[in-house]
Design a protein around this ligand. Structure first.
Ligand code: PMP
Length: 371
């Protein structure tokens, strides 16, 4: 008897969300850190892992990690939820707060996984455009929010793949207007000049708890959710750790849908140790921001359109050659970047991750050769 291996009808044509994994000497396609975590962290992690009693399930609440993250951001631990990368955080949010009869508002072009997870969770996707500088237009956002009353409004700041952070006023105004959660995906938050953490009521990313811009703090119960990851600044993409900071009601919703013991003991201990190297990581962020300036200056002298970035990547569009031809030309020269030329709203564009100084030089030389 032949078995019917049929998928869910609504997902029959679904391709998994994957970026191309090809080998290249210079990998600038996935917005990863150009440097590994500090050597001392690696040694301490090896020791800590050797000392784990892996017969036992890990702490289901990731208590210590949540406490340390809460201390980092000046919030109570009940405001923190951790998961396997920020992708799992986003999935938890959609499982708990999306679903049939509910919608998520996304501003395209943006990180396509928001809409992808929405589809998996039967959450309707409402799409709005962006202003000419790729920032969210508050008027357009208000119009779409009023019309669709989304359960979740997702903003990516800095936005992937376009690179700009939203203005504090934009996030605060959207948080005031939106009826449900306002999720600010800050996967690249450390590279930006400000964080939506500063808008959270009753606390802040700053020591004083005073909003950087008076009047911008979101009102209590505004449903503002800030999502962060250890994959970029912390150079831990391979370990899969992300978290959110939000009202305890949001945290409780995510906990309700999380699989038991979803966050392994190794991941928890890696995160805990990483937090001890916060200063070192911020030094690296400053180095990447400096390289970003150097790359922007280099792009300015080439026949490409490019967009200023607040993240660890830059979006650009070749003027005289097709994106695919340039992407292939770079790969032939050993440099892999991201081809987003078919993504909605960024037709003809490519995205390069800021690497080490040497990698960036290789990229610029290779790009000159391709243009
Ligand atoms: N959000 C954005 C905007 C991203 O670009 C990425 C990584 N591509 C993620 C979330 C997911 O990161 P991770 O699951 O590794 O934390």
């Amino acid at each position: 008897m032949s078995r019917a291996l049929t998928r869910r009808a609504d997902l029959a044509d679904l391709a998994g969300y994957h970026s191309l994994q090809v080998d290249a000497e210079v990998k600038l396609n996935a917005n990863e850190s150009p440097l590994p975590p500090p050597a001392e962290w690696q040694e301490r992690l090896a020791d800590a892992v050797a000392g784990l009693d892996v017969r036992r399930y890990p702490d289901r609440e990731a208590t210590e990690l949540r406490q340390r993250l809460a201390a980092l951001h000046g919030v109570d631990p009940s405001w923190v939820f951790c998961a396997n990368g920020s992708n799992e955080v986003l999935q938890s949010l959609l499982l708990a707060f999306g679903g049939p009869g509910r919608s998520i508002l996304v501003f395209e072009p943006t990180y396509t996984l928001h809409a992808h997870i929405a589809r998996l969770t039967l959450t309707e996707v409402v799409r709005a455009g962006r202003g000419p500088d790729f920032r969210v237009d508050v008027g357009e956002a208000a119009r779409v929010i009023d019309r669709h009353q989304p359960a979740i409004t997702a903003m990516c700041s800095p936005n992937n793949p376009t690179g700009r952070a939203e203005q504090p006023e934009t996030v605060a105004r959207v948080a005031e207007r939106a009826p449900g959660l306002v999720v600010v995906d800050e996967a690249y938050g450390q590279f930006a000049p400000w964080s939506a953490l500063e808008l959270l009521p009753g606390k802040a990313g700053s020591a004083t708890g005073t909003p950087a811009i008076p009047g911008t703090r979101a009102p209590l119960g505004s449903g503002l959710v800030v999502v962060r990851t250890f994959s970029k600044t912390w150079a831990m993409a391979g370990l899969r750790l992300g978290y959110l900071v939000a009202d305890p009601e949001v945290v409780a919703g995510c906990e309700a849908v999380a699989l038991p013991y979803h966050l392994s003991a190794v991941t928890q201990v890696a995160g805990l140790l990483a937090l001890e190297y916060h200063r070192e990581m911020m030094v690296r962020v400053a180095g990447i921001a400096e390289e970003r300036g150097r790359l922007e200056a280099a792009l300015a002298g080439l026949p490409v359109d490019w967009w200023p970035s607040d993240a660890n990547f830059i979006l650009f569009r070749p003027r005289e050659r097709t994106a695919q031809a340039v992407w292939r030309g770079l790969l032939t020269r050993g440099v892999l970047i991201r081809d987003c030329s078919r993504w909605p709203g960024v037709q003809g564009c490519l995205r390069m991750t800021i690497g080490s100084r040497q990698e960036n030089d290789r990229f610029v030389d290779a790009l000159k050769g391709c243009l």
